[in-house]
Design a protein around this ligand. Structure first.
Ligand code: ADP
Length: 227
């Protein structure tokens, strides 16, 4: 069994292949993520961070290369198998919270667990524990629209971690927040990550936040290099 929770090897991705607007985004990208490791992914807009995160999270397939999660090669697996692996092993956080507007914070963190067959009681208990760890337990009954941007992102982290994924993939998770709030929310995330032994790849433009992660990689001409 591989020592890596996530391993990307030789990942290539070209959009609009063979057309005049062809764009080679990934050209052999490699990334190995150890258990409990938090890696910052730093690159300018348009460099291919989202593309890489989507491929790592089995939302998209590369043209070449392999994606292994917990030592299991996901290359060529059926859509069903990939969906199951994504649901169990991967937690996503985006720049915008994407919480379901008609549900409370609590319900938003319970729903992925219910979809995975967890009982209502157990799902509620875990959701409240997660919300408590990031300081928004008292907002549990609020809908996303009645929460601040920082609170919404904290709930989004809890939802991403609801099913104890092996890896969290976050695409500019604090990019939509003012600097002070971004700092606080990032601190919440790091506490949560350290307490749960989470492994994560976090794309960010914020070099100060990147510097607080275990390691930094940047995307350079379609490959990942130490930053
Ligand atoms: P980042 O997340 O670093 O901003 P992206 O991965 O979103 O970068 O995009 C990398 C490049 O690929 C950009 O030039 C973008 O326009 C292009 N791109 C992304 N998705 C698609 C797509 N589905 N079809 C065509 N081009 C795309």
């Amino acid at each position: 069994m591989s020592e890596f929770v996530l391993s990307l090897q030789g990942i290539e991705k070209t959009y609009n292949k063979g057309k005049p607007n062809e764009i080679r985004v990934l050209r052999g990208a490699e990334l190995q993520l150890k258990a409990g490791e938090i890696v910052a992914l730093v690159a300018p807009s348009g460099a291919g961070k989202s593309t890489l995160l989507h491929i790592a999270g089995l939302l998209d397939t590369p043209d070449a290369g392999t994606v292994q999660i917990a030592g299991h090669d996901m290359t060529g697996r059926s859509d069903r198998r990939r969906t199951l692996a994504r649901r169990e092993d991967v937690g996503f956080v985006y720049q915008f919270h994407h919480l379901l507007p008609e549900f409370s914070a609590l319900e938003n963190v319970m729903l992925p667990q219910l979809a995975n067959g967890v009982t209502r009681g157990a799902a509620k208990e875990r959701a409240l524990a997660l919300l408590g760890r990031v300081g928004v337990a008292e907002r549990a009954d609020h809908r996303p629209a009645d929460m601040s941007g920082g609170e919404q992102q904290r709930v989004a982290f809890c939802r991403a971690l609801a099913n104890s994924p092996r890896v969290m993939l976050a695409d500019e998770p604090t990019g939509n927040l003012d600097p002070a709030t971004a700092d606080q929310v990032f601190n919440n995330l790091m506490v949560l990550a350290r307490e749960t032994g989470l492994s994560a790849v976090i794309a960010t433009h914020n070099l100060e936040l990147a510097g607080r992660m275990d390691r930094q990689v940047k995307m350079d001409e379609g490959v990942l290099v130490p930053a």
